[in-house]
Design a protein around this ligand. Structure first.
Ligand code: UD1
Length: 439
């Protein structure tokens, strides 16, 4: 099993190119099921979740060709299958978004019931209730969701919570449904807008995406598309934090500041200089990390996916910060690993109190999930000596070439299959750049 080994204390300096957004790509790949014409996607990140989605589509009878350089070509054959098998669905919960497109295109879908995951139970009741309102009959049998609808009909759907996945699933089902659909209290994440934009380029009639009411006028057919995926705002935020914790100066090519307004305003409060340009975002450390409080919320609130990276950053802040997780019930599992590196964090229900430390010290830690794993890499970049992170398959799910990108801007980081003997590291002599100290 591969590991990531970081020799902390190096200042990050230089440019990184931001990859296409994972959370947009996966849904737009599912949208390809809505047409029998070729779909070309560009700026697709090279990550495990995309590879799993390719397997899911292939299992459904879809032809998927990876062309290199981030392009993939998808063509749904006439013999599209309606059953998404357990062994793939189980690997990636996000594959639930094939449910709406399959139902819209074939009038039936069977989808293995996704289990819980490391960050919470992640229910899909809102997806199911919305599809039922559109006329689908849904049963759960032998661990599979079995959905049927001779013809989906438009409906007025009010989501009890602005779920990202439910908004996307219902939007995709509605584009081929008969009549008009309203999704109220819809999720407003930029990835929803990206999906709507792609669907409209395929001939759908979707308006209001990015606001809390999405209106869809069903059409009878969609055509193919050549579409470029938006930049990944979570990857951008992760590297901004990496730059901040190493007293760095970095430029994130292709990143969009308008997708990260609250994150950028938090970084400025923490003491960073952030400048947004049409071709990317520049982050400059001013040598200090101030404390702040963060509360995760649906977009345009602070993204839950950046909660863990900020926890790592605030571990080295001057003073104490409170981080509140409001979106997932179990998203603090990585905190024990951060404590191993020296972070001083108390938790109380969904609140974490982070007491800024003078320094962190490298150790062997295990990535418990995707964003928690990224937080451990970030903490490792600022720790004295060597940090070895195992279970990095979680990180590979969502970060395209993380080790390559970080080492290109000065991090001392590598992937290895062998175990590091931390005893050989003399922490006192470990190279230390000007990592800002707390006090
Ligand atoms: C997506 C993102 C994930 C991000 C999250 C919130 C992808 C692949 N993943 O996940 O990175 O952290 O949005 O921004 O795009 N819920 C229900 N019933 C439902 C659906 C959701 O109760 O039917 C609850 C969930 O358990 C969770 C909350 O709503 O507590 C948010 O879930 P949701 O917005 O659906 O997130 P995902 O689409 O799973």
């Amino acid at each position: 099993m591969s590991k990531i080994v970081v020799n902390g204390g190096k200042r990050l300096f230089g440019d990184i190119k931001i990859s296409g957004a994972k959370n947009s790509t996966l849904k737009i790949m599912a949208a390809a099921l809505l047409t029998d014409k070729p779909v070309i996607l560009r700026n697709v990140p090279d990550i495990t979740d995309v590879r799993i989605m390719i397997d899911v589509l292939r299992e459904l009878g879809v032809e998927v060709e990876t062309v290199g350089d981030g392009d993939i070509h998808i063509t749904t054959s006439k013999t599209l299958k309606s059953r998404a098998p357990y062994h793939l669905v189980n690997q990636m919960r996000a594959s639930v978004v094939v449910l709406g497109p399959l139902l819209a295109r074939l009038g039936e879908a069977q989808f293995a019931m996704p289990g819980g995951c490391n960050i919470g139970s992640r229910k899909i009741d809102l997806h199911i209730r919305g599809l039922e309102l559109m006329g689908a009959e849904i049963k759960i049998r032998h661990g599979y969701i079995e959905a049927k609808a001779d013809k989906l009909c438009g409906a007025d759907i009010h989501l009890a919570f602005p779920s990202v996945g439910a908004t996307e699933n219902l939007m995709m089902a509605a584009v081929l449904a008969k009549g008009k659909t309203w999704i109220r209290n819809a999720a407003k994440e930029p990835e929803i807008l990206d999906l709507a934009k792609c669907l409209n380029e395929m001939g759908a009639k979707v308006s209001g995406a990015g606001t809390d009411t999405i209106f869809i006028h069903g059409v009878s057919k969609l055509h193919g598309v050549d579409y470029t995926i938006m930049p990944d705002r979570i990857e951008t935020g992760t590297y901004m934090v990496a730059g901040a914790i190493t007293n760095g100066e970095i430029f994130l090519k292709g990143a969009r500041g308008d997708h990260l307004e609250i994150v950028i305003s938090k970084l400025r409060q923490i003491g960073l200089e952030v400048n947004c340009y049409s071709d990317g975002i520049e982050l400059k450390s001013k040598g200090k990390i101030l404390s702040t409080n963060i509360s995760t919320l649906p977009y345009a609130g602070f993204p839950t996916d950046l909660q863990a990276p900020f926890m790592a950053l605030l571990s080295l802040a001057k003073g104490s910060s409170v981080i509140t997780e409001n979106v997932f019930e179990n998203r603090f599992v990585y905190i024990d690993e951060l404590r191993t590196l020296g972070s001083k964090i108390d938790t109380e229900s969904h609140h974490a109190i982070v007491h800024g430390s003078q320094s962190l010290v490298g150790a062997k830690v295990k990535a418990p999930d995707l964003r928690g794993g990224a937080a451990l890499v970030i903490a490792g970049l600022a720790s004295k000596g060597i940090t070895e992170i195992s279970d990095i398959f979680h990180i590979d799910r969502g970060y395209d070439s993380m080790v390559k990108k970080l080492s290109s801007i000065g991090a001392d980081i590598r992937r290895t299959k062998s175990s590091t003997n931390l005893q050989y590291i003399n922490f006192n002599q470990a190279p230390r750049a000007n990592i800002p100290t707390a006090r």
